[in-house]
Design a binder for this molecule. Structure first.
Ligand code: FES
Length: 155
């Protein structure tokens, strides 16, 4: 047996992982289908998880709480060795990356909030003048009149 391979007693059932993380069995199966965690199978086909999977599930729970998508979790997990627990350095790198993500979202919310302030007491909901409804107003610079209609060839 390989020294780094977990012994059978180190492996956890899906119920064990569910109890230890508070995550439902169906969610754990979903995370496995999404490639976020992996399991081996017993001869009877039952899933067995290495203990470090608990840490991965915890990181997924943190991400969910912060509104970080599972695809972003998959991105950071792709940089981790699959056979060990994410360590302190890994977590620092992940949390710094996600902090930047939250900061970008905070700025976006602040920008939207400022735009919405202009709408308070207005109610025009006008394509011409409401920046919330038409934030980029790309056509506004071209002046009045419709410009999204297809050109009709004239012979
Ligand atoms: S509703 Fe009038 S500016 Fe937005």
């Amino acid at each position: 047996m390989n020294d780094s391979a977990p012994s059978p007693t180190d492996l956890l059932s899906v119920g064990d992982v569910s109890r230890r993380t508070g995550v439902s069995v169906s969610a754990l199966h979903f995370y496995e289908r999404e490639g976020l965690i992996s399991a081996t199978r017993t001869s009877g086909g039952q899933r067995r998880y290495a203990r470090h999977v608990i840490r991965r599930v915890s990181v997924i729970q943190v991400a969910k709480r912060m509104g970080i998508s599972l695809s972003e979790v998959a991105d950071v997990f792709a940089d981790l060795p699959p056979d060990r627990m994410p360590g302190k350095t890994d977590w620092r790198r992940i949390s710094e990356r996600w902090r930047g993500r939250l900061e970008a979202r905070r700025q976006e919310i602040e920008r939207m909030e400022n735009e919405l302030v202009e709408c308070i007491g207005c109610g025009c909901v006008s394509l011409r003048s409401c920046r919330v409804l038409n934030p980029d107003d790309e056509l506004g610079a071209d002046g009045a009149g419709p410009r999204l209609l297809p050109e009709i060839p004239t012979d």
